[in-house]
Design a protein around this ligand. Structure first.
Ligand SMILES: N[C@@H](CCC(=O)N[C@@H](CS)C(=O)NCC(=O)O)C(=O)O
Length: 286
């Protein structure tokens, strides 16, 4: 295989890369404009968008509320990453990495900033003492899969999803490379879920909440429109797990928060009360 591209001695940013996210990419970190974040009344302020990484946290918060934990009431503010909202001075002060989701816990003084979706799940699980197994051995299994997800999903999102769905052209080499890895991951999950109801065994946990928005949505045909391409029917245990979790009310509620695309009944652009979700879900055709 030959390549027509010869990298220069020193890479510079003047080349137009193209693709869906090209306009927001720059090789520098830090705030790009001055703007404070909005603040609601609840103890937890979430700054996010309903991508799989964003869904992790809204599903977690809805699970906590479903367990009757009223201290988990939250305001979910929309951060439009395509418009560069993640580069405002306010957002960068909460998450210097400029990526959604980011959480501010105002129930403690001084308020605590939490970023990295996996860490937000762990922070909430520890704060409220749920959705993370108590038994040390089972907790370790949950943490194994949580960390696995945080390390693996970028191959699915930034690798497979980028080149299959977002890149300006269909390039065979990266699609083959990341499809190979994605299918290996799907096989891994399928094998594990053949013998386990949930990722940590019998107990639904933050490992499932982190993994479902990526691999669950993928095998249910709700991510990158790639279910047929990846032949998801060959991962029946993973599909069983994905379907079972998708039936949870908290998942159906959390997955539509900070979402401004899709069907009308899937778009809760901002969430400030349970009613914001109820009203949108009521539009769902029966
Ligand atoms: N490791 C981070 C990844 C977060 C992430 O990649 N967020 C994406 C959306 S899913 C984002 O904010 N992208 C905006 C950008 O790259 O400028 C986490 O798990 O929180």
């Amino acid at each position: 295989m030959t390549s027509e591209y010869t990298p220069p001695k020193v890479w510079t940013t003047d080349t137009e890369t193209g693709g869906t996210w090209a306009s927001i990419n720059r090789p520098t970190a830090g705030a790009r404009h001055e703007q404070a974040l909005p603040e609601g009344e609840h103890p937890l302020q979430l700054y996010s968008m309903g991508t799989p990484n964003g869904q992790k946290v809204t599903i977690m918060l809805e699970e906590l509320l479903a367990l009757g934990i009223t201290e988990a009431q939250y305001d979910a503010h929309m951060i439009r990453i395509g418009d560069g909202d993640q580069f405002s001075s306010g957002f960068v002060a909460v998450n210097p990495n400029s990526k959604i989701p980011a959480l501010v816990d105002k129930s403690v003084i001084p308020a605590v900033n939490v970023f990295e979706s996996g860490h937000i799940l762990l922070y909430l699980a520890e704060k409220f003492g749920c959705l993370l197994p108590q038994d040390p051995a089972t907790k370790t299994v949950a943490m194994n899969w949580l960390f696995w997800l945080q390390g693996s999903a970028p191959y699915l999102g930034g690798g497979f999803g980028h080149f299959y769905a977002y890149a300006p052209e269909k390039f065979e080499y990266p699609i083959n490379r990341f499809t190979m890895e994605t299918k290996r991951q799907l096989d891994l999950l399928n094998n594990h879920l053949a013998d386990n109801r949930y990722l940590a065994g019998e107990e639904y946990s933050i490992a499932d909440i982190a993994t479902w928005p990526w691999y669950g949505n993928l095998v249910l045909g709700k991510l990158y429109d790639a279910a047929e391409f990846l032949d998801v029917a060959s991962y029946p245990h993973l599909v069983r797990w994905a379907q079972e979790i998708s039936e949870r009310q908290a998942v159906q509620r959390g997955r539509i928060v900070n979402r401004a695309w899709g069907e009308e009944w899937e778009q809760v652009v901002e969430r400030h009360s349970a009613d914001d979700i109820d009203q949108v879900l009521a539009k769902q055709p029966k």
